[in-house]
Write a protein that binds this ligand. Structure first.
Ligand code: NI
Length: 132
């Protein structure tokens, strides 16, 4: 894709924020950082636009709590068309870490992830989405 240049005017303070963002995240230059920020913003917007995205749901839960393993399994079967793969790791005696790779319409992925994260026994839950 062709790259076009354009001028940007920023207050000193905002430019300073951009530069510290560039160095903290080790972007090679400001353009790369701005590109990343715009893409990220677009992905967030896609959540509303309801386009096709890919991502991962990460769950940490206590498998002793209220049939959570069974219920989480049933939910995943219900949404099987969205799930590419899943990985279950037994973190310790109580906790499980489950990583579920997903692809589909953003609002469907959000529905699936909301249902899983809301289960009793889930300690941490997060859905990460990116352009498919
Ligand atoms: Ni486990």
């Amino acid at each position: 894709m062709a790259v076009r240049r354009f001028g940007v005017s920023l207050e000193e303070e905002i430019l300073g924020m951009l530069d510290s963002y560039v160095s903290t995240n080790q972007f090679p230059n400001r353009s790369q950082a701005v590109r990343h920020l715009i893409e990220q913003h677009t992905v967030d917007k896609k959540w509303m636009c309801n386009n096709e995205v890919a991502g991962a749901i990460v769950l940490v839960y206590d498998h002793h709590k209220n049939d959570i393993t069974k219920i989480a399994n049933e939910i995943q079967h219900h949404y099987h068309n969205l799930i590419l793969s899943s990985q279950h790791i037994h973190l310790d005696h109580d906790l499980c870490l489950e990583t579920i790779a997903v692809k589909g319409l953003a609002n469907e992925l959000t529905n699936l992830s909301d249902k899983l994260i809301a289960l009793k026994g889930v300690k941490h839950g997060k859905l990460v989405m990116t352009r498919a």
